[in-house]
Design a protein around this ligand. Sequence first.
Ligand SMILES: [Zn+2]
Length: 423
Amino acid sequence: MLLVKNGRVVDPARNTDTSLDILLDGERIAEVAPGGKISASDGFEIFDASGLIVAPGFIDLHAHLREPGQESSETIETGTRAAARGGFTAVCCMPNTKPVNDSASVTRFILDRAKAAASVRVWPIGAASVGSKGEAIAEIAAMKQAGIVAVSDDGRPIATAKLARQVMDYCRSLDIPVIEHAEDVSLAAGAVMREGVTSTRLGLAGMPAAAESVCVARDVQLAELTGARVHIAHLSAKGSLEQVRSAKQRGLRVSCEVTPHHFTLIDEDVQYDSRYKMNPPLAAREDRDALLAGLADGTVDAIATDHAPHEPALKDVEFDRAPFGITGFETALSLALEQLVHSGRISLLRMVELFTSGPARVLGLECTIAPDQPADLTIFSIDRSWTFRVAESASKSRNSPFDGRSFQGGPVATVVGGRLLPQ
Ligand SMILES: [Zn+2]
């Protein structure tokens, strides 16, 4: 039994922001009561959360754990340790491993590895097409039976509208979301950052915002045609957000996520340094302003990290040759506090929603602090000063543009299945 006492409990699913004590009994929450009402019996472990926020466990809809196949960049063990440090209690891992998670046997391998080595819950996402090659639909029903929570060909879009329609039809009947890496590959071909003044100045090939929004338009129309749940991953462009907003107004089951780097940085911040290379690339100032508005007004459903570790040997090369992606677990909450809460743009309750009930809703799950719910909690500070040092990261990789950045507030403790994890 673990008693978390004296914390300020922020639970968006119940619209709660008040002082409560929480008693955890193994995998489940046993009791939630006003401060001091639960008396500690012998043998209770006690966590004093005075001065801290206690939230439902954070869910990351979008991460790359690199296992199987790219263990020199990350493993399920190291990736989930970094996730736990970042305050996440569950991470959805994208299928672009080697081999691709396009069959029940790979899904089972990931879940077995997670059972043996993971610090937090691992929820695999299956490929939409065989090998994510965009030709034939993958064994989605078998993978669902094995434990996937969604499908995606992340790293690339579902190749054709015809295949995307087929995948959506199939996933609608299975009641799982289709997560789309929205990109028109013909518009993005050869590009390494967003097209604009900065790409010209750096002499780097750029892609326009339309490389994303053209594909979002396709997918919103297919969501309408099929009635499927369609979730736009790492949405970065104003035009894409406007389409999601209007799709929601029309009652379509379309949702989206935004990454901390896209609401923090813009293309003007890009330096000739591969830690600023990700896909979709850092966008224009007007895009970032639109994302901030969407995070505030409810159009954006979730903050997701797109944690994409690459070992130094891969990433420490010329900008053009480096792979896309940056690590994200350990800085996500602090960036959200900095950019969204301390800046006065959104309430703490809304920020917590973007990490908890928001992503849970995309997956058709609940995420709240109540008796019988899973005993997963994220405990964090909103004022403690700290500095992120990539050399001290729990991830195997070091590719973060936020190395050396100082923050106000961040994760303090993560509880998964009633167990307090070492930070
Ligand atoms: Zn992607």
